[in-house]
Design a protein around this ligand. Structure first.
Ligand SMILES: C[S@@+](CC[C@H](N)C(=O)[O-])C[C@H]1O[C@@H](n2cnc3c(N)ncnc32)[C@H](O)[C@@H]1O
Length: 214
């Protein structure tokens, strides 16, 4: 991967961070927003369904959904450390054979991926500069349900994002940047692909949005 943001993702989501995330997850379970997303995508039943988890991190969503009847998962991630951590945890839980792990930038890999019944992007859109490409490519692969967790796009959060990016640029020299993309623009792109919003909930500055194919 040569895009600056993807090189930044490799530095940002390294082995140390992945292990810390796994430790936190094993101790406390998923965050409130992730728990809400999990409940919502499970609502219509999961038996026989396939999940595409874009930017799945340490694999929390599939660790939770496979025991609930989900049939198979494709987990794409631009962080090799997160992917390795997710795979090791899947092996420990005995469901690694149901998960296909793919390393790389989802936007580049999308043309070669099969559609899935459920597509999830949990706190991923804010990690990627080309939001329209990420949203269009992921939505196009969603046969039934599409669920995302994104930050609120309020002015004060934009300011926090700008401050965080200033520190990243000046003190870490990491090309990774945070992006507070406009929620309305994300929704407009999803509507264009035929996805209609069926659920909304806020947890602090995180928004959980679920869409259904019309
Ligand atoms: C903040 S973490 C969230 C991880 C996980 N979804 C969670 O909620 O715990 C963002 C994840 O998205 C991944 N990511 C961001 N942009 C990506 C892209 N274009 N293709 C694949 N993975 C991406 C990063 O590598 C990272 O694992």
């Amino acid at each position: 991967m040569t895009k600056p943001q993807c090189c930044g993702i490799e530095q940002m989501f390294d082995d140390k961070t992945a292990q810390a995330d796994l430790k936190e997850y094993l101790k406390k379970g998923p965050s409130k927003a992730t728990r809400t997303l999990i409940e919502q995508v499970s609502a219509g039943g999961l038996a026989g369904l396939r999940l595409l988890d874009v930017g799945g991190g340490i694999g929390m969503i599939h660790h939770e959904l496979l025991p609930r009847g989900l049939a198979a998962v494709t987990h794409v991630d631009a962080s090799s450390a997160y992917l390795a951590t997710a795979r090791a945890e899947s092996e420990r839980r005995g469901h690694a054979e149901q998960v296909e792990f793919q390393f790389g930038d989802f936007v580049d890999l999308a043309p070669g991926l099969a559609p899935a019944d459920i597509v999830t992007l949990d706190r991923v859109i804010c990690c990627y500069d080309d939001m329209p490409a990420l949203v269009r490519a992921s939505a196009a692969l969603a046969r039934q349900r599409y669920a995302i967790v994104i930050p609120l796009d309020a002015g004060w959060i934009q300011t926090i994002g700008r401050i965080a990016n200033f520190f990243l640029r000046v003190f870490t020299r990491n090309p990774y940047r945070l992006f507070i993309h406009p929620t309305a623009e994300i929704e407009r792109l999803l509507a264009e692909t035929g996805l209609q919003r069926s659920f909304y909930k806020r947890h602090g500055f995180w928004q959980v949005l679920v869409y259904q194919r019309a």
